[in-house]
Design a protein around this ligand. Structure first.
Ligand code: FEO
Length: 386
């Protein structure tokens, strides 16, 4: 990542060895743990890096400092992918103050014991002058943990955004559509449950003239900032990005998959062009979840299994409902060789979901598609394309 200006330097690391981020998310290219330093009359470091990168991160910092000593280590977030090296930092720079809020320091004690004493507790909206740069701390609880705070630097217009605006990518990753896909997966995976809190943060940020966003993962966002903030407004508000249809299915012997594909063909014939068909048992779960939030209409097709829903579908629906899936249209296709009941069971799982509209034309299959099913699927396609 390039330095935004001469006195803000990037000192983070790229992790290309990681298999699963947070023990569950695949990251094809790897992921960065971003860290920054502002060199001014006073020197402030923003966050550390994952425990596997102590030496590399300290070397990056040492090089950026050019023989100077840091005055502050600002803790945006205490999750270990960013905080693991606080004690190592204190060992090397014992005179620097650790800057955080009351909740930060409760977690600091939890992770490191109470031995780190040189602390500066800040309040929401408090400022800290480094000289030319004045930092404003803006609390962002539950984006992604309760202690999270973002920092706005009025001199450069940089927002140090913590986990917000992060993505599953390296620090030199690309913006645009590739960012959309991985940042959406990251957003709904990591903070999708906390849309209200993200919306609240976006409201607070609307009064700042943000020129660049420096997140804790992935590339810096520069240029058309509004494009990326608009995406976050949609995601945080649980609003669809596309009026198209996602068909998510699980299939044991291929019959339910055929129904999903037949429906997709019918949708195309009805003029619907933005269609995503997703095999829940074989595709990346977190990508399927993120895409369910992208589309305004969702068709769930699955088999009855152990008098319940097939496991891949059950887990998928849980991922949606625990992230407050809402404001969309949902349709069901069930299959069962002797007593299909998956449609009713799927619908029950959305009982607590807000503002869902359920399709009138659901489809019940007894093993293989019947002529009646073909007719039902055509009616469903027409209803979805209205
Ligand atoms: Fe990248 Fe919530 O930590």
């Amino acid at each position: 990542m390039q330095n935004i200006c001469n006195d803000i330097k990037y000192i983070g690391v790229n992790d290309t060895e990681i298999d699963l981020f947070e023990g569950m998310y695949s990251v094809k290219k790897g992921i960065s743990y971003n860290s920054y330093v502002i060199i001014d009359e006073k020197i402030a470091v923003f966050d550390t890096a994952d425990a596997h990168f102590t030496e590399q991160w300290l070397n990056n910092l040492d090089k950026a400092l050019g023989g100077k000593k840091p005055d502050y280590l600002i803790i945006s977030h205490m999750e270990p992918d960013h905080s693991a090296n606080i004690a190592s930092f204190v060992n090397v720079y014992p005179e620097a103050q650790i800057v955080g809020n009351r909740k930060t320091f409760i977690m600091l004690d939890g992770f490191f014991g109470s031995g780190i004493k040189n602390r500066k507790e800040v309040a929401d909206g408090e400022t800290l002058s480094l000289g030319k740069h004045t930092l404003k701390f803006i609390f962002a609880p539950m984006v992604h943990w309760p202690e999270v705070m973002v920092t706005y630097d009025s001199a450069s217009g940089v927002l140090f955004s913590a986990d917000a605006f992060g993505t599953f990518d390296l620090s030199d990753g690309v913006l645009g559509e590739e960012w959309d896909n991985e940042a959406r997966r990251y957003y709904f995976g990591i903070v999708g449950k906390y849309g209200a809190q993200v919306t609240s943060l976006l409201g607070k940020l609307s009064m700042y003239d943000i020129k660049s966003i420096y997140p804790l993962h992935g590339p810096a966002i520069t240029g058309d900032i509004a494009r990326y903030i608009d995406k976050y407004c949609l995601w945080a508000g649980y609003k669809p990005e596309s009026d198209g249809v996602m068909i998510a299915y699980s299939s044991v012997y291929g019959h339910t998959a055929r129904a999903a594909k037949f429906l997709a063909d019918n949708l195309r014939a009805n003029g619907c062009t933005d269609i995503r068909v997703c095999d829940l048992a074989r595709e990346d779960r977190s990508m399927c979840v993120a895409e369910a939030f992208k589309y305004g209409k969702l068709v769930l097709a699955t088999t009855t299994y152990n008098a319940d829903i097939f496991p891949a579908m059950r887990e998928f629906i849980t991922c949606l409902t625990e992230r407050n899936y809402q404001n969309r249209m949902v349709a069901f296709i069930e299959n069962g060789s002797w007593m299909p009941m998956a449609a009713r069971l799927m619908r029950e799982r959305f009982e607590k979901s807000k503002n869902l509209r359920f399709a009138e034309n659901n489809v019940s299959i007894l093993s293989e598609l019947s002529e009646d099913n073909v007719r039902q699927l055509s009616l469903l396609a027409a209803e979805l394309c209205k």
